[in-house]
Design a binder for this molecule. Structure first.
Ligand code: PRP
Ligand code: URA
Length: 207
């Protein structure tokens, strides 16, 4: 297990655009997609390749192709904002959905929906959610995937609180976490600070 913070200048620059409270919905969505694409590049760097035959305009040759079966699973709602960033680079990825929201009083995850690809147990799963705060939603979703038989899970998030990371590591030490930035902590409402506010509301324009 490892926690990898993506310190690439482009990711850090684009994160600042997301944090800006005046960023409009269009910019917010597009930037979230771009950051996710850059993170996908890092998170897939150890994916296995296989040999395939290809005919170039010059000759037949043996070249490389992805050997992995991949699924991307967004935690609804905000995780939906990261799907395109993954599928742009892995268009063959299957897409599953886990619907969990955080009860804002108890902070406990509340389940409401799930649909996973057939044979997900054989796939490498990229679980995506922009925000890792207390860790409740991520832990619930990883539990759910493991109960479905998934053995290979990578969690990708844009901003995380140290408290949430510690909890995920404690419960699921086998899961790699790729994170854009580990922020300072959680405020009195368990929002990440400095953070970027409520990510779902900012993606979908609901507040
Ligand atoms: C946000 C976020 C995570 C969760 C993180 O979702 O997208 O899923 O909170 O908090 P946690 O680590 O304390 O569980 P939210 O519950 O606001 O639902 P939404 O995506 O539908 O807006
Ligand atoms: N969910 C969010 O969208 N933002 C936070 O800071 C914490 C939970």
């Amino acid at each position: 297990m490892s926690v990898i913070e993506i310190n690439h200048p482009l990711v850090q620059h684009k994160l600042t655009l997301l944090r800006n409270k005046d960023a409009e919905t269009k910019l917010f969505r597009e930037t979230l997609t771009e950051i996710t694409g850059l993170m996908t590049y890092e998170a897939t760097k150890d994916f296995k390749l296989k040999d395939v035959e290809v005919e170039t305009p010059i000759m037949k040759t043996t070249a490389k192709a992805l050997a992995e079966k991949v699924a991307v699973v967004p935690i609804l709602r905000a995780g939906l904002g990261m799907v395109e960033g993954v599928t742009t680079f892995i268009p063959t990825a299957k897409i599953g959905h886990i619907g969990v929201y955080r009860n804002e009083e108890t902070l406990e995850p509340v389940y409401y929906y799930c649909k996973l690809p057939e044979n997900i147990a054989e796939m490498k799963v990229l679980l995506v959610d922009p925000m890792l705060a207390t860790g409740g939603s991520a832990i619930y979703s990883i539990d759910y995937l493991k109960e479905a038989g998934v053995k290979d899970i990578t969690f990708m998030c844009i901003i995380a609180a140290p408290e949430g990371i510690a909890k995920v590591i404690e419960k699921h030490p086998d899961v790699d976490i790729f994170v854009g930035k580990i922020d300072q902590g959680l405020d009195e409402n368990s929002y990440i600070y400095p953070g970027l506010g409520d990510c779902g509301d900012r993606i979908f324009g609901t507040k």
